[in-house]
Structures are given as C-alpha cells and as structure tokens.
Design a protein around this ligand. Structure first.
Ligand code: ZN
Length: 434
C-alpha cells in the first residue's frame, strides 16, 4: 500500500484518536518489544517488522511503503491531495504537507467542521486569534441555536482541548538536526583564522567593536550555510545559530574584563575549550548572566502578585457610564482588526459598536474610541461600553482576562535580563545625543 493511500485510510478511520498512534507514524521505530512491539497493540498504529512498515487495514495486516530509517510521515512531507482525500478539503484538491493536513483535521475539522476552510499556511498567533474572533459567539440560551457559520464558547473550548491533545508530541514535530549541526564548515574556520590574525596585527583583539564585527561576519556565513543545508528546518529559532552555535563552534565572544574598565576578547570556542588564562572572565560572565536573570524572575513574580491584587477586585459595574472621552486612534490596515468589538465615539457624541465593516471603513482615519482608562464608572470599576465586547461581556471574570497584563510585563522584564553577547549597531549622531 502506498503512503498516500494509507494516510487516507488512517485519517478516514480517525487513526489520530489515540496519541500513541500519532506517535507511531511520526517517529523512527526500533524493531524491539519496547518500540515497535508496543505499537502493535495500539489501534491504528503502524509498526516495523523485518525491516518493513506494517499496519492493520480493514482487519488484515498490510505492508506500507516507506524507509524504516525515517518516520513514516514527516511534518513537511509534501503531497498532492486529491479533492476527495478527506472532507476537510471541502471538495478542493490541494498541494499541502502531512503536518498541515493533520493539524487542520485535529484542530479545525474535528472542532468546527466546514465552518473553517482548510488552512494551507503557517499557524500563527494572528491566524488563530483571528479565526476565534470571527467564529465565537455566546453559548445559546435554552431553545436557541448557534447562528450559521459561528461557534459557541463551548465549541471554542473544544479547540483548546484538541491543542492539549497534541501537547507532548512537539519533540517529533521539529525535525531533528543532522550531522551538519554538530560542526562548522572548514571555510568558516579558515575565514576566522584570517580575521583573527588581522585583529592581532591591528592590536584589536580586545576592541569590542572590531571583535564583534568579526563574529557577526562569521555568524552570517554560518547562518547562510545552515539555512540552506539539510538541517534548515531544525532551526526554529535564530538563537540556535546566533548564540548557541556561535559560542559552541566560533568563539565565546567579548566580555568585560575583571576590573570592569575594558574588554577581553575570547576567540576560543567552547568546542576548543576555555582559555585557562581567562577563567575569571568566563566565571564573571556566567555569574552576571545567571544572577541577574534569577533576580529578575523573582522580582517579576512578586510584581505580578501585586498587580493582580490591585486589579482582582475590578468588575464591570455599569452598562454605559456615558463618558464623551476616548482614546484617539489612527486606524491602520495592519491593526484595524484589534479594535473590532470596541465602541467608537462619533462626532455627534454617540457611541457605536465597531463592527468589522465599521473598522474597515475607518482605515486611514483618526477616530475616538472608548477606553477603560477614561471610563467614568465610580470606585475604579468599568462599564461595558468602555471595556468593549471582549472584556465587557465577562462582568465578573474581568480579572481573569486582566491576568495577561501583568504576565506580559513579567515576560518583558525577564526578556530584558536574557541578554547575552555583544552586537554592533549604527546610530545617527543626532538621535544618539538626543
Ligand atoms: Zn465607561
């Protein structure tokens, strides 16, 4: 049986209902009791026997084509899916990957059915937020129905449960790196030697600008090679290259000297081992990175608690405080969606709901929008119209939503402490002096 035919059978029979069955098709198996032996007992899992992939198809054992040195399916395996492949395609043939097909079915088709079209692109935060914003309506009252094309809050919570189902499988979704991730090409090492010799000749090994410039050139060479090589999909974050690979294979970097009045260039990579002459600098760098980071984490946590205490008692106490004040907002193509569900104060002083149509019509204009900052409800509470439809609907649950505010501020604080290494940059003199 070929792969595509098996995938069609597997999806039609909800092979993904068991997490272990998903694991069996996306991981490399060993032909022993602990690996393939276990999968034999899982409904709709595939297993390896005598160097061949097998599965139960319509009650009989069936071999499936595929290289057992690789997972049966990888996330970016590309297929031309015919229109009748699965109902998720809603009758349209599409060229897409195994990963997108799997995620579309588990996250969208199983939850929302035909209300969501097949998503043939990256699943970004904006995409998911936008989808839920368009779909979600209140749970229907008794005897009422959810409007056509919409999904109730309960349905949308099902989406979250399906996301949880995929949790833990993340290690399989990222392609493992190949041997190329464990070394550096000779051309880059040769260039490093040349540049370092030049720095030495110029007496600039301890010059932060010159040293960092050298490193940036080398990191860029490495980045180009890695991202066009066989492990390109392994790098889900640039830090793997700009920080981890840099320190591991290129050079430790340039760090403040022990007396704090200058710099020490550390051209040896971790791979080459630490320079015993500079051990104080290495330790100082490690302590500086570790201590400030843990302090900021602790302080951030305490601040979050304080902020939560302050906002926790706030609630939506009024329908309309009647304020004529609002925030002045310039509506842009890139951001107009964020204002949908809020209230606009018109020139006549009336407050009108910003529907998707109203928001679009206002692109390029400056408008006044009701804001909790300017709400006139007494005792620090808010009214529904200043809060907008999102927050305003959850009268007593406001504090749950507001948790995001201190959380975001804590993340920002922690991020600020996660600085490592040095960088060169260009600055305009007028801005720098200002
Ligand atoms: Zn108000």
């Amino acid at each position: 049986m070929n792969k595509l035919a098996y995938l069609k059978y597997w999806l039609a029979n909800q092979g993904y209902a068991e997490k272990a069955a998903v694991q069996s098709v996306i991981s490399i198996q060993f032909e022993d009791e602990d690996s393939s032996g276990q999968f034999k007992n899982v409904p709709h899992a595939v297993w390896v026997e005598d160097g061949v992939y097998y599965a139960n198809v319509d009650g009989g054992k069936m071999s499936i084509e595929g290289d057992i040195e690789r997972p049966l399916f990888e996330m970016d395996d590309f297929f031309e899916f015919p229109a009748d492949f699965h109902p998720v395609l809603q009758g349209k043939a599409v060229g897409s990957t195994f990963g997108l097909m799997l995620f579309n079915i588990i996250l969208f088709w199983e939850v929302f059915g035909a209300k969501v079209q097949y998503v043939n692109r990256d699943f970004t935060k904006d995409l998911i937020q936008g989808l839920l914003r368009d779909l979600m309506v209140d749970n229907p009252e008794e005897g009422q129905e959810v409007p056509e094309g919409k999904a109730s809050v309960d349905d949308c919570m099902k989406f979250t449960r399906h996301c949880y189902f995929l949790e833990g499988l993340g290690t399989y979704f990222v392609k493992p790196g190949g041997l190329d991730t464990l070394s550096l090409s000779p051309a880059i090492l040769k260039r490093k030697e040349e540049l370092l010799k030049q720095l030495e000749a110029d007496g600039k090994v301890n010059d932060p600008v010159a040293f960092t410039k050298m490193l940036e050139e080398l990191v860029e060479m490495d980045r180009k090679e890695q991202l066009s090589g066989p492990s390109a999909n392994f790098y889900i974050n640039d830090k793997f290259i700009s920080n981890a690979r840099k320190r591991m294979f290129l050079a430790f970097g340039i760090e403040p000297n022990p007396t704090g009045d200058g710099w020490v260039g550390l051209p040896r990579s971790l791979d080459q081992g630490a320079d015993p002459e500079q051990i104080v600098t290495y330790i100082n760098t490690a302590v500086a990175g570790a201590y400030s980071r843990s302090m900021a984490t602790g302080e951030g946590g305490a601040q979050v608690k304080d902020i939560l205490k302050l906002v926790g008692r706030r609630r939506i106490a009024d329908i309309d405080c009647g304020t004529k004040l609002g925030e002045i907002v310039y509506m842009m193509e890139q951001t107009y969606k964020g204002w949908i569900g809020m209230y606009q104060i018109t020139e006549k002083g009336e407050s009108v709901l910003i529907t998707p149509e109203v928001a679009k019509a206002n692109i390029g204009k400056v408008i006044t929008i009701r804001s909790v900052d300017l709400c006139g409800t007494p005792e620090g509470n808010y009214c529904q119209m200043c809060s907008g439809n999102g927050l305003g609907k959850y009268g007593n649950r406001l504090s749950a939503e507001v948790v995001r505010v201190p959380t975001e501020s804590m993340l920002r604080r922690m991020k600020a402490a996660h600085t490592a290494g040095s960088k060169t940059g260009r600055m305009n003199l007028a801005t720098a002096i200002k």
